[in-house]
Structure formats: structure tokens, C-alpha cells
Design a protein around this ligand. Structure first.
Ligand SMILES: [Cu+2]
Length: 124
């Protein structure tokens, strides 16, 4: 009985966090830098991914990979808004890249995606 009550309370809290549609609470990107197929200048890239819900940054992951290279994790800034992932890459040379993101939302669901972008040779 006690356990049952605890489960009910937990369910009520989840409903509160998730609003009226908890199934929709898993994280979806609402705004991104870079955007898909964006051309950015060479150098460090400031990544900013804004989601529709709070995310667990410690259990989320960003990777920036150049075509033909090994996957490289980009450390996520632990501070900032709870629904926004920010990170700064190493120096990026010109070429084609993919930003891979994987996040854990407050509803316990993991979502992931890929954003292809291009680093331009700005020395010309
Ligand atoms: Cu979900």
C-alpha cells in the first residue's frame, strides 16, 4: 500500500513535469547552431542546441566528426539553461562535418540526431 502510494506520487510528479502530454516531453530541438548544411568559418565552433524540455546534461553527448575521421566527443558546458546544450569545439579545419547529439530528457527518453555542416576555408 505504501509503495503504491509512492508510485502514485511519482506518477503525479512526472505528469506535472511533462505537462498534459508527457509522451511529448522527450527532447526535440527547437533551435540549433549550427543548422543543417550551414557553412561556418574555420576555427572553434560555438555549438548551441535548444530543446523543448529540460535535459540531463551529464547523460547527454555531443560529437563533432570530420568526414573520414574518428568520432570526437565535445565536452558539454555543465552550466547554462536547463534546456540548452552549449559546447565549444577544438579548432576545425575546412571540410565536411557531422554534429551528432544524444540527450536524455526529464521523461527518461533518449533522443538523438545528426546535423551535417561545412567548415569553409576563409583564408581565400
Ligand atoms: Cu519522451
Amino acid at each position: 500500500m505504501r509503495k503504491c502510494l509512492r508510485n502514485l506520487v511519482a506518477a503525479a510528479i512526472l505528469l506535472l513535469i511533462g505537462g498534459t502530454a508527457p509522451a511529448l516531453a522527450h527532447a526535440v530541438i527547437v533551435s540549433a547552431t549550427p543548422t543543417a548544411d550551414q557553412h561556418v568559418p574555420a576555427g572553434k565552433l560555438a555549438i548551441r542546441l535548444e530543446f523543448n524540455s529540460r535535459i540531463d546534461k551529464a547523460r547527454s553527448r555531443l560529437q563533432v566528426t570530420a568526414q573520414g575521421d574518428d568520432k570526437a566527443d565535445v565536452p558539454i558546458d555543465p552550466a547554462g539553461e536547463p534546456n540548452v546544450l552549449t559546447a565549444s569545439t577544438r579548432d576545425l579545419k575546412p571540410g565536411a562535418y557531422v554534429l551528432r547529439w544524444q540527450v536524455l530528457a526529464v521523461d527518461g527518453h533518449i533522443t538523438r540526431g545528426e546535423i551535417p555542416f561545412r567548415v569553409e576555408d576563409t583564408r581565400r
